[in-house]
Ligand binder design. Sequence first.
Ligand code: PLP
Length: 431
Amino acid sequence: MISNNIDVNEKGHLTFQGVDTVDLAQEFGTPLYLIDEDRIEDRCKEYISAISEFLGEGSFPCYAGKALCYTDLYRTLERLGMWIDVVSTGEIYTAKKAGFDLSRAMFHGNNKTDDDIKYAISENVGRFVCDSEDEICAIDEIAKSINKKVKILIRLTPGIDPHTHKAINTGTVESKFGVAIDTGDAEKLIKETLKKENLILMGYHCHIGSQIFEFEPFCEAADKMLTFSKKIKDAYSFEAKEINLGGGMAVPYLESDKKISYRDNIRELGKFIDTLLKKLSLSRPIFYMEPGRSIVADSGMTLYTVGSVKEINGYKNYVSVDGGMADNPRYALYESPYTVINASFADKDKDYLATIGGRCCESGDLIQENVSLAKPKRRDILAVCTTGAYNYSMASNYNRLPKPALVTLKGGKARISVKRETLEDITKCDV
Ligand SMILES: *Cc1c(COP(=O)(O)O)cnc(C)c1O
């Protein structure tokens, strides 16, 4: 199976964390998001221990909440002592509701409004990751007006191309994010920032992209960031205390994808950094990494009920399900690959080639094309694997579809973490 929390039971039904998915679909309805909380905890612990062991004590993972965000998840993250990345007041508020200590939160985004900034300062968010001169000036002014000092990192674009899809590649010079090292803009901005009385510059941030299987691009990023840090130290006597290397570690979505060990990657990165710090004679900063996808993706699964199977003779077979781009827009957005399984007959041969369509009024509303699965019929349950990241967090109410429920599995027990939206919920802001 694509992930070791997926299996088949004696009834031939697919199981997730040992629980029968056909039973779950019956009990909670479909479409349904499932989240394996034990897997999330294991991943967090793997990152926490590898990062402190190989990047230095005090170094920490910040979970990027844009991958998956709801109150119950942040309760788990608080219990584990994780740091988090937030990108909006909505994410800050969600963490706050969970009782998350926001001093361990980093506030990202390339366009924070004045209201966002006021809110984040008033909630004592631990770090601002600043994206531009406009933003730095605004934070300084707002902080001054309420007599506070704000700790910031500056987001740099290191000019690295990790060879992924261009919509998820963010570290090149022409990116909309951050300020470029190569153009001299970064240095200019730091000079300005050091004059700001209400800002405490802690260091630098970069995020080079997503779905990166190798450790080398992270080494390249660390090289650029630390070499730049050394240059700034020599020129302005400012030494960065914190370096955030961003997220982007990959997740296998198909059986044919490479396997990845986050711990091994971080160990190799750590060796590289040790040598680099010696070479540059810099003291060791605190390092952060910001995994999103790699913490939650294979903790997730989506269940659908099959509606129709349509065979267009000589062309293709469509299997339509009761969800689609409203709960998982990723195939429509970037043709993301997913493994699809007929959960009702998971023990049968996967000998039926089909395109899995959603129920939205768009031809592009597909979950996946050309997948092989046991031939489904109306009322069978389909499972789409590895949907923990960027599915629920990207869900919409397109076609006025209520968002699915999200059920958490822990130790083989299921509980609702997010209720299914009702028709009343769909109209609750209408006047
Ligand atoms: C998206 C994002 C992440 C998380 O990326 P993953 O690919 O989900 O690990 C981390 N940091 C920043 C700044 C991001 O924009």
